[in-house]
Ligand binder design. Structure first.
Ligand SMILES: Cc1cc2nc3c(=O)[nH]c(=O)nc-3n(C[C@H](O)[C@H](O)[C@H](O)COP(=O)(O)OP(=O)(O)OC[C@H]3O[C@@H](n4cnc5c(N)ncnc54)[C@H](O)[C@@H]3O)c2cc1C
Length: 439
């Protein structure tokens, strides 16, 4: 097995995605906990943000993880070739090696995993120096005084949490009527309230039309139903989505179909050309765990297996404060597909552990099929949602019913109890809340 990488191994996730953002978010969480430690009966004086220190820690952690991926490749006997790869036929790849000329490789199967890059929206001013992509925002030398974030999806919301926690004045602008438009409607609306509570200025149903320069920074023209308004910000962050890396890959040479959304694949992660596979963001994925799961499926099939990826049970997480995590169908999707559904909710305000953690915000929402009781979707907004969702992923993947979950015993006091209570609430059986008090 040979892997061709033109930059650093680990890709976006390890270098400029999951790992650096979560490292910085931990510092912000710590800062916020210290600032509110009086609530816990702990007195601390003289808390200050050390921006250089937190960026240094981020670099160290990224380097450590990149080193670990290199180590794993080596120990597993994978040949790592540093260079840029392009297909010359369905079985051949030409590599332009870093400073060392050209190399031709031939393989029985090829897996394309070239990822994605930030999308620059076609508006005036999007190319200016103080208009940042997420890659550039992660390499800043100081926290900006003010930041306008264009796009209220997962990346935009995470950066809003991050920079507002660092003391930056953040304005988050989303074109659709709510944050996280792809998620369950109740989640986006409630997240908006919670981000506002943390000082983020949120504007939904508002479009950025142009960005122009002023001595104070960038002037951003926003349009909404109410008309056009200009606001100022020192920096602007583009969080308007990503585009798959399909250019200069020689896909045409191999006859591999592709489009604006990337390379279409079947459930076996195979493209239209037999034994040429595509996985991760270049195949329309959005998450590191999706790329990883797709990679395993493609590798098994490349070796003659018959594995498939069930995209419908891929979880979705947003590492805001508090976090969002979901698996399966939203209530809206379940109804659109003609399911008769029962919906259960449980607020963290009624969960003992969340109260002890001073983290009793948000809720768990469960969507179940009314007749069979099968769990169709689980949506969490609250503390450690990205960890809590794992129990729900198992339940949804195994097509568990309300009754199956009702018979499980969950340790007390834990945040996980909120999941079981929300499941029970689908049938008005949650003991620790009265349904009428929840609306
Ligand atoms: C700010 C941010 C935060 C994120 N946070 C999360 C998160 O918390 N959780 C999560 O699940 N996802 C997160 N993501 C998404 C996640 O990073 C991606 O879904 C994931 O990295 C996709 O993996 P991939 O292997 O498909 O592609 P990538 O990680 O993009 O890797 C592609 C690799 O291919 C290389 N390459 C490209 N073209 C060539 C070529 N021609 N020759 C050789 N090499 C080439 C690139 O250099 C790169 O290393 C985040 C993304 C961003 C931007």
């Amino acid at each position: 097995v040979a892997v061709v990488e033109k930059d650093r191994v680990g890709g976006v996730c390890t270098n400029v995605g999951c790992i650096p953002t979560k490292t910085l978010l931990k510092s912000v969480e710590l800062l916020s906990e210290i600032k509110s430690c009086h609530k816990f009966g702990v007195a601390v004086q003289g808390v200050a943000l050390d921006f250089k220190g937190l960026m240094k820690r981020k670099e160290e952690i990224v380097n450590r993880m990149v080193g670990y991926v290199e180590y794993l490749l080596e120990k597993n006997g994978v040949q790592l070739i540093r260079g840029s790869a392009a297909l010359t036929s369905p079985r051949k790849v030409r590599v332009v090696e870093k400073g060392e000329g050209m190399l031709e490789l031939e393989a029985e199967s090829i897996i394309i995993a070239t990822g994605s890059k930030p999308l620059k929206p076609p508006i005036p001013g999007a190319d200016w120096k103080d208009v940042l992509t997420s890659d550039e925002a992660l390499a800043l030398e100081n926290a900006p005084h003010s930041l306008l974030i264009m796009g209220g999806g997962a990346v935009g919301c995470e950066f809003a949490s991050l920079f507002s926690g660092l003391g930056t004045e953040v304005r988050l602008v989303e074109m659709m009527s709510r944050l996280l438009p792809a998620e369950d409607g109740e989640i986006g609306s409630r997240l908006e309230q919670l981000l506002r509570r943390r000082g983020v200025e949120v504007s939904v149903g508002v479009e950025v039309k142009r960005i122009s320069s002023s001595p104070e920074g960038k002037k951003v023209a926003l349009t909404s139903k109410e008309g056009v308004k200009e606001v100022e910000a020192e920096k602007v962050l583009l969080a308007t989505g990503r585009v798959p890396n399909v250019e200069n890959l020689g896909l045409e040479n191999a006859g591999v179909s592709f489009g604006r959304k990337g390379i279409p694949v079947n459930q076996r992660m195979e493209t239209n050309v037999p034994r040429v596979f595509a996985v991760g963001d270049v195949a329309g994925g959005q998450f590191a765990h999706e790329a990883y799961a797709g990679g395993l499926v493609a590798a098994e099939n490349a070796l003659g297996g018959n594995s498939i990826l069930r995209r419908e049970t891929i979880p979705r997480c947003v590492f805001t404060s508090p976090e969002v995590a979901a698996v399966g169908l939203t209530e809206e999707q379940a109804r659109e597909r003609g399911h008769r559904v029962e919906v259960g909710r449980f607020p963290f305000a009624a969960n003992g552990r969340a109260v002890t953690l001073e983290a009793a915000e948000g809720f768990v929402k469960v969507v179940a099929e009314a007749e069979s009781g099968e769990l169709l979707g689980v949506h969490i907004l609250g503390p450690h949602a990205s960890e809590l969702i794992s129990g729900a992923i198992t339940a949804v993947s195994l097509e568990a019913t309300v009754e199956d979950v009702a018979r499980t015993v969950i340790p007390h006091p834990t945040l996980s109890e909120a999941f079981k209570e929300a499941v029970l609430d689908c049938q008005k059986r949650a003991i620790h809340s009265l349904r009428r008090t929840l609306s």
